[in-house]
Design a binder for this molecule. Sequence first.
Ligand SMILES: Cc1ncc(COP(=O)(O)O)c(C=O)c1O
Length: 472
Amino acid sequence: MLMMIEITPLLNRHHGVSLYAEIYSYIKGEIESGSIVLNARLPSIRQLAQYLTVSKNTVEAAYQQLMLEGYVESRLRSGYYVLPVDEVSTVPPKILDTTNTPTVEKSLRFNFDYGDIEAERFPLRVWGNCLTDSLSEDPQHEVLGYGDKQGDCDLRSEIALYIYQSRGVACHPDQVIISSGTQQSIGLLCQLLQLRGEFIGIENPGYQRVRTVLRDQGCVLIPIALDQDGLSIEELNTSQVRAVYVTPSHQFPMGMILPIQKRNQLLRWAEDNDALIIEDDYDSEFRYVGQPIPALKALDSGDRVIYLGTFSKSFLPAARLSYMVLPSSIIVQIQDKLQSYNQSVSPIIQKAVYLFMHRGHFARHIRKMRRIYQSKHRALIRAIIQYMGVHVEVIGHKSGLHILLDVKGRDYRELIEQARLHSVQVYSPRDQWLDPQMCPASYVMLGFGGVHEEAMEEAVQLLYKAWFGSEN
Ligand SMILES: Cc1ncc(COP(=O)(O)O)c(C=O)c1O
């Protein structure tokens, strides 16, 4: 039975996010949560516009976006109707064909390299169209030049919309700066904020590639230890750092999720000490256990958080596209200086990603990948429990695209070597520790983004044989 539903979003008309985005976001959330059911008819554009006292264009734009992303469809002379949320993947599962693998790879059947993504499920044709259109739909030939220093204006608007919807981060597109990677964002930040010689707190263990940039930019690194639930606020309180780099959504590499109490303490620390927080939200799209926790930036009423995001996990590492959101007070200060730096991402790529987002492909892609990575993650954990049981402990399994395994009582060199002899590549996370000797020797790291779900059990079986074979 079809029915028309009532829609009452709480519109915040002053915080810089457009009304159409709020209406769109609200309805999308209601459909995803099941509050607006399949086949329900949305109010007409005129009715909803009148009811919310907004213009018809605003509602129409929200409905258009919902249509683009496949949440609703328009039926002739009848209205807008809700579609099934779960789309069926049209890509057939990949059958493992070892006869076609290149000779160098022949000995290696499964590679748990952190950073790999599921390339076979990437919508290459659609992306190709966006790339072509970025050139052909550009009468002023803007994409052939250097581009906006801060990044393509349309893309920055799409990013602002996306992080508002997905992470609760409300910002103006003018606060967004685009860069060609997280390391580049950090480097630029050091230059713009003149962090040379400043004391900067880093998680230990923490993301080694950011640590390297901070050190090479002349920052004085102050390691802050981790508690069971993430960064030690107690240590931070005694550290006297000007800024701290953190990965609260999914600590890298240990995988814990910073609880809300600690997020609040961290924000309070920044306000009390006139300090900054650099939040790296690198893989927040992929969370498998519990409710999503909003980004730290979403709670940042004191405007202390610099938010970093990347397209490397959610889209493609090859796009070389990341972004940061600066507090509005800082953006004003560094505006002039920013004009001395060229934008590092090609305007062609930026425009193509804008089209990919604007046409709804990005939202669809993320929904699809979230399901795929969730299934892979489940298959991996299930196989580990089934085959290795008490021999190992899984560390940091609630989100993201990697886990750590503590193969109790063993040494990573032997573990990596034995796995290789069974054609599986695993890695050591040692480099993420400031002093690699402090990393427990029994830890290995498995990035599972590039291993197919249907191959997961076999890969774990091989690891079991490699590590415990003689114990049978
Ligand atoms: C902690 C962390 N931050 C950021 C990134 C992404 O970096 P980039 O944007 O340079 O691809 C990664 C990815 O591998 C990561 O582990």
